[in-house]
Design a binder for this molecule. Structure first.
Ligand code: HBI
Ligand code: FE
Length: 295
């Protein structure tokens, strides 16, 4: 997510012009490593039957398992051998242009702090668990690795087009909250889902959200929730298909078309949608009535 006031900021003191900071791995405390381990064990167990095969392969080949918060230099060496990506630390959200440029150069920017023990299930800013456990495993998959680079290149090209909101929705509904069909079953691959204990169950099992076949224009018109579980998840057929159908496309004409189309509310189901599951929206409705936990 990108608050507007970050978009033109310059890097804070101690950060390089490209916003990179040292991870300072040796400064993590025992308690911080223990927080990673708790989160890792809970999620790795939950995801065995739920996450996309490529994600689980990445967890394994990158040896992201415990003990402790990964050292980005060690992780980058493994990743570099597999797909040419590396992981670096940044002080939080970085401006869009900086973010896109790093992705276009196969550099994944990650938060280095870890959530406090009383925040295991919810936090606003991406921490090292979300960024590394959530995002990095799929960077070991060659096709996904190309997709994220292409997204960065598309982002750089979009800067002249006033269509960042549209492009951000593509990121949101794929990289952060995407589902994939594998062998007839739905699996998780979005980093925002796989790094969340609650949403890893909700996104696959709950009757509340819509699950719709992925369509590029449709996704780019659809607003999203930043404060709760998604009301709609989009399902891709494969990473090859996603790469081909999206970022090998020239976005410039799409942006023109999108400018004349209205945005869609997060819960919308259109007549032309490929409906895999039509959500009851019970969760969102009960939250709107003020129930604390879906009531
Ligand atoms: N910065 N550190 C960080 N992480 C992000 O995910 C991120 C960002 N800056 C901008 C940004 N995301 C958005 O541009 C995209 O999600 C569209
Ligand atoms: Fe993320």
């Amino acid at each position: 997510m990108q608050p507007a006031d970050v978009s033109t900021a310059s890097p804070p003191p101690g950060a390089a012009p490209d916003w990179i900071i040292p991870q300072d791995w040796s400064r993590y405390t025992g308690e911080e490593h223990a927080t990673w381990d708790r989160l890792f064990e809970r999620q790795a167990a939950q995801l065995q039957t739920r996450a996309a095969a490529g994600y689980l392969r990445g967890l394994d080949v990158l040896r992201l398992g415990h003990p402790g918060i990964p050292d980005f230099d060690v992780l980058s060496e493994r990743l570099m051998d597999l797909t040419g990506w590396r992981v670096v630390a940044v002080p939080g959200l970085v401006p869009d242009e900086v973010f896109f440029r790093h992705l276009a150069n196969r550099t994944f920017v990650a938060g280095r702090f870890i959530r406090r023990p009383d925040q295991l299930d919810y936090l606003e800013e991406p921490d090292v668990f979300h960024d590394v456990f959530g995002h990095v495993p799929l960077l070991a998959d060659p096709v996904y690795a190309d997709y994220l680079q292409a997204y960065g290149e598309g982002g750089l090209r979009s800067l002249g087009f006033d269509s960042l909101d549209h492009l951000a929705r593509l990121y949101w509904y794929t990289v952060e909250f995407g589902l994939i069909r594998e062998g007839g079953a739905l699996k998780l691959f979005g980093a925002g889902i796989v790094s969340s204990h609650g949403e890893s169950a909700f996104a696959l099992d709950d009757a509340s959200p819509n699950r719709l076949g992925f369509d590029l224009m449709r996704v780019m018109r659809t607003r999203y929730r930043i404060d709760d579980y998604q009301q709609t998840y989009f399902v891709i057929d494969s990473f090859e298909d996603l790469l081909r159908r999206t970022l090998e496309t020239d976005f410039a004409p799409l942006y023109g078309e999108l400018a004349s189309l209205s945005d869609l509310a997060p819960e919308t189901v259109l007549p032309g949608d490929r409906v895999i599951h039509r959500g009851t929206q019970a969760w969102a409705q009960s939250r709107a009535r003020g129930a604390p936990n879906g009531g």
